[in-house]
Design a protein around this ligand. Structure first.
Ligand code: MG
Length: 380
C-alpha cells in the first residue's frame, strides 16, 4: 500500500499540430482531465477553420497557424511553434507536428525546462544527440507518445534495472502479406488503408513501407540509450502488445491495450503517475483474441532496412534518411512516383549524400537540405 500522492497543481499544455490526429486525440484526453491540465496554446499547420473551432472551444492564451496567410486572424509562421513551446505558462509541450519542422520547438522547449510529449519522432531521428543535450542543459524532459515507446517507458519505469533488450512490435501495415512485385505497384489508396490504426497520410505511408518502424528503432535508440543490436522488431498483426522489454535476468515485460493513441498521450502527460480515465476502452483478452508474431520480411521492405543502416551509421545519416523519406512520401502521395519508388529515392539519397560524423545543428540542417535537394532531383 502506498499513500495517495499529494495533489498537484494543474499543468499548462501546448499542443503543436492541434488539428492532426494526435492533436485532436490530445484535446479529447485533456477534456477528460480538466482538473489536472489546462490548455495554454494551440498551433495548427494550415487548417485555419479547424483551428478556429478549437480556439472557440478552448480559449487558449496563444493560438497560431504555421502556414497562415496575411488575412489569418492567428499568429503565423514557423516562429509560432517555438513561441508556444516556450510560453511561460506551459509545462508540457505536446509536439505532434509532422516532420522536420518540429525540431526547433522540441529543442527550445527542452532548453526552457519543459516536458516534451513527443509524437514528432522525426525530431529525434534527425538530431537525437542534440535533443538529449538540450534536455540536459535546460532541465527539460522528453516523454514519448509513440505507442511502442510509451510501452517501453511504462515497462522500464520504476524498475530496479535498465533493460537489456527492446522488442518493438509492428502491425506489418497494409502490405504485410503482399509479394514484392505486387508491392511495387501498390496505389496511394491501398497504402493509406492501415489495418489497425487511423492516422495521417504521411505516417500511414511510412507504416506501409515500414520506414516508420526504422524511424522508431532510431527513436528508441536515442530515447532509451540501447545499442542497435539490442533493439529488435517483430511483426504482431493485432497491435495489442505495443512493445516487449527484456531485463538482464531474462524476464520480459510487455504493455498491452487495444490500439488507441489516447492512452500513450495520457501517459505522456501524467508520467510517472497514472490518472484514472473511464473514457478509455478496458482491455478484454477474449475480445483481443489470439496474439501472433512473425518475422519482418526484410526483402519486401527495403525502406526499413535503409533506415536501420542510416541509424547504425549515425551522425547526420538518420537526418538524411528522414529528409529523403519525407520527399519520397510526398512524391508518392502526389502521384509522381510509385510505391516501389519510395525506397529507390531513399537509397539514391543515402548513397550520394555526404553525411558528417558530428551532429551539430548546422550539420543536421545542411544534411537535411542537401538530402531534400538530391531527393527532389531523383524524383524529377
Ligand atoms: Mg508507433
Amino acid at each position: 500500500m502506498t499513500a495517495a500522492p499529494p495533489a498537484r497543481r494543474s499543468r499548462g499544455v501546448a499542443v503543436l499540430g492541434s488539428t492532426g490526429s494526435i492533436g485532436v486525440a490530445t484535446l479529447r484526453v485533456l477534456d477528460r482531465h480538466r482538473d489536472a491540465f489546462h490548455l495554454v496554446a494551440l498551433v495548427a499547420g494550415s487548417r485555419q477553420d479547424a483551428l478556429a473551432e478549437q480556439v472557440a472551444a478552448w480559449r487558449p492564451q496563444l493560438a497560431g497557424l504555421v502556414h497562415g496567410d496575411e488575412d489569418t486572424p492567428f499568429a503565423s509562421g514557423a516562429g509560432v511553434l517555438v513561441a508556444a513551446a516556450t510560453h511561460p505558462d506551459v509545462d508540457i509541450v505536446v509536439n505532434a507536428v509532422v516532420g522536420a519542422v518540429g525540431l526547433d520547438a522540441t529543442l527550445a522547449a527542452l532548453r526552457a525546462g519543459k516536458r516534451v510529449a513527443l509524437a514528432n519522432k522525426e525530431t529525434l531521428v534527425m538530431a537525437g544527440p542534440l535533443v538529449a543535450e538540450a534536455a540536459r542543459s535546460g532541465g527539460g524532459e522528453l516523454v514519448p507518445i509513440d505507442s511502442e515507446h510509451s510501452a517501453v517507458l511504462q515497462c522500464v519505469t520504476a524498475q530496479g534495472s535498465a533493460p537489456s533488450r527492446l522488442i518493438l512490435t509492428a502491425s506489418g501495415g497494409p502490405f504485410r502479406t503482399w509479394e514484392r512485385d505486387r508491392l511495387a505497384r501498390a496505389t496511394v489508396a491501398e497504402a493509406l488503408q492501415h489495418p489497425t490504426w487511423r492516422m495521417g497520410s504521411k505516417i500511414s505511408v511510412d507504416s506501409a513501407t515500414l520506414a516508420n518502424k526504422a524511424l522508431e528503432v532510431i527513436e528508441a535508440h536515442y530515447l532509451f540509450g540501447l545499442p542497435y543490436d539490442a533493439i529488435e522488431v517483430v511483426v504482431h498483426p493485432q497491435s495489442i502488445i505495443h512493445a516487449l522489454v527484456e531485463f538482464p535476468d531474462g524476464s520480459v515485460l510487455a504493455q498491452l491495450g487495444f490500439p488507441s493513441m489516447e492512452l500513450p498521450i495520457l501517459y505522456a502527460l501524467s508520467h510517472p503517475d497514472r490518472l484514472a480515465d473511464e473514457g478509455l476502452r478496458r482491455f478484454d483478452p477474449i475480445a483481443a483474441g489470439p496474439l501472433t508474431f512473425e518475422p519482418l520480411r526484410n526483402e519486401c521492405f527495403p525502406a526499413f532496412m535503409l533506415g536501420l543502416s542510416a541509424g547504425r551509421a549515425g551522425g547526420t545519416m538518420p537526418a538524411a534518411f528522414n529528409a529523403a523519406n519525407e520527399v519520397a512520401v510526398a512524391a508518392f502521395l502526389s502521384g509522381r512516383i510509385g510505391f516501389g519508388g519510395i525506397a529507390g529515392v531513399i537509397e539514391d539519397v543515402l548513397t550520394r549524400i555526404d553525411a558528417g560524423p558530428q551532429p551539430t545543428l548546422d550539420a543536421v540542417r545542411a544534411t537535411d537540405a542537401e538530402a531534400r535537394r538530391i531527393a527532389r532531383q531523383v524524383v524529377a
